[in-house]
Design a protein around this ligand. Structure first.
Ligand SMILES: C[S@@+](CC[C@H](N)C(=O)[O-])C[C@H]1O[C@@H](n2cnc3c(N)ncnc32)[C@H](O)[C@@H]1O
Length: 214
């Protein structure tokens, strides 16, 4: 971490259109504003990890870490991650967004797209290095806690899980708080919870979780 901002090295607050925003330095991906120095605005409204940083959650990210990112979609968030992190493995199971993700990786030597199902970690265990520093999860699917537990195997003992839970993906009718309680209870088998925060300012009915392996 470069200063007392709580942001990892390689993530800065810079002014775009008169407004201070998170930013990373790299090739443009989704039409986000880019300044003259090559910094690109990181839209927290389109990124749960961006929202977690914007809300001041203590992610433990310092910059340069190895990352396994589950639910990469077309690369909006993972492109920013690869801008400040080390080797970044991006798992996504839908072929269409992976086509875009491959384009995003062409500009980033440290970004490795994997067309894989995050529920089946054995299918990419031969590719992803062991002792990953940070597991980022944004899979909007039923069984989000199960996916986190199954992928615990990749994390270093002092690594971090940074997870966004979408309540409606588990149960559209349930009270989000009940859904979050259930997810947290299931995570307990493999993780120690460090911090949770509702992301509603940026993402309705989402919970941000920071945890470390037990
Ligand atoms: C909310 S979107 C991710 C957005 C992305 N993280 C971002 O901020 O740019 C959730 C993604 O998870 C993917 N997904 C859902 N279940 C998955 C699974 N079992 N394995 C891999 N990807 C999955 C979906 O296809 C979708 O692209």
């Amino acid at each position: 971490m470069s200063d007392d901002s709580g942001l990892p090295d390689g993530v800065e607050r810079r002014t775009f259109g008169g407004r201070e925003r998170l930013s990373t330095r790299g090739a443009q991906v989704y039409g986000e504003p880019v300044d003259a120095d090559g910094w690109r605005a990181w839209d927290a409204g389109r990124s749960k990890l961006g929202a977690m940083l914007e809300l001041g959650m203590d992610t433990g990210l310092v910059g340069g870490e190895s990352v396994l990112y589950l639910g990469a979609a077309s690369g909006t968030t993972v492109s920013h991650v690869a801008d400040f992190a080390g080797p970044t493995y991006a798992v996504e199971f839908a072929p269409r967004p992976v086509r875009d993700l491959v384009g995003v990786a062409e500009d980033r030597d440290n970004l490795f797209p994997l067309l894989k199902d995050a529920r089946d970690p054995e299918s990419y265990a031969h590719v992803v290095e062991a002792g990953i520093d940070c597991l980022v999860m944004d899979v909007a699917t039923r069984g989000q806690a199960t996916v986190a537990v199954r992928n615990r195997q990749f994390l270093a003992d002092d690594g971090r899980l940074l997870m966004a839970v979408k309540a409606r993906s588990e149960d559209v009718t349930a009270d989000p708080d009940d859904v979050f309680d259930g997810v947290v209870a299931e995570l307990d088998s493999a993780y120690e919870l460090l911090e949770t925060a509702r992301l509603d300012r940026f993402h309705a009915d989402h919970l941000g979780i920071v945890a470390r392996p037990k």
